[in-house]
Ligand binder design. Structure first.
Ligand code: URA
Length: 235
């Protein structure tokens, strides 16, 4: 692993800010491979050098992955001049980690939004070529027919000529589930509008094989570093 500054390594752990890491080093509470660190700008290789704070080993996390239940009213962006972004929902310690949404949900859509600072991973789950399934629950005007289900299963051409790949439409209590293997602009709303069943409420409930945790209320989130492989197991 390339060398990184000691203060960055400490703050990337998510436990301390960059300023706090300076104070820790200056007060002699940090050691690198058994020697007291002198300066926060010292360079370390986390694969080789054991860094300890108050004699406790620091676990270096290169990347962070967060499952958020996005509430309505927030945009899936890191910055916006007019709207509140999902980043504003994160605690201060996460705000410093350079997290960004891997994929987008509309401002009025709720549900599973994945935030990370791992660009390669974000690409893997959003790339149209990877076909990671995403499942949505929608409340709609009208009732879905067998003909609608059949149409979606074959792929649907929208009025503007956009072709939507085959998808799975299912009836459920109070609405429908729609599973897509791609992520075109406003895709769920456009597909359901195309069959005359406009969406009234939309929530993403899974990405790949990973379901949104029911325990997360809108606006809440949790780290999912341990269950990333589930995303790539087919749903
Ligand atoms: N499709 C939509 O129409 N909106 C979303 O937010 C996500 C998928």
């Amino acid at each position: 692993m390339p060398l990184i500054r000691l203060d960055k390594l400490i703050s990337d752990s998510g436990m301390y800010t960059r300023n706090e890491s300076h104070v820790l080093v200056k007060s002699g509470r940090v050691s690198i491979a058994g020697c007291i660190a002198i300066s926060p700008t010292e360079k370390v290789d986390p694969d080789i050098h054991e860094v300890k704070i108050d004699h406790k080993q620091l676990v270096y996390r290169k990347f962070v992955y967060i499952m958020m239940n996005k509430p309505q009213g927030f945009v899936s962006a890191t910055e916006d001049r007019h709207e509140q972004t999902v980043i504003a929902l994160l605690d201060e310690k996460y705000q410093k980690l350079g997290l960004f949404p891997a994929g987008r949900l509309d401002k009025d859509t709720e549900g599973f939004l994945l935030l990370t600072n791992d660009g390669d991973f974000a690409h893997r789950i959003t790339s149209p070529n990877k076909h990671i399934n995403k499942q949505y629950f929608a409340q709609i005007d009208g009732d879905v027919t067998d003909a609608d289900i059949d149409l979606f299963s074959k792929g649907l051409k929208l009025a503007d000529g956009t072709f939507c790949r085959p998808s799975v439409l299912e009836r459920t209590d109070g609405g429908v589930y729609l599973t897509l293997s791609e992520g075109k602009y406003h895709q769920v709303k456009r597909m359901l509008a195309a069959i005359g069943k406009p969406v009234k409420y939309l929530k993403r409930i899974s990405i790949g094989g990973l379901m949104l945790d029911d325990a997360l209320k809108p606006g809440q989130y949790k780290e999912i570093n341990a269950c990333l492989d589930c995303i790539f197991s087919k749903k």
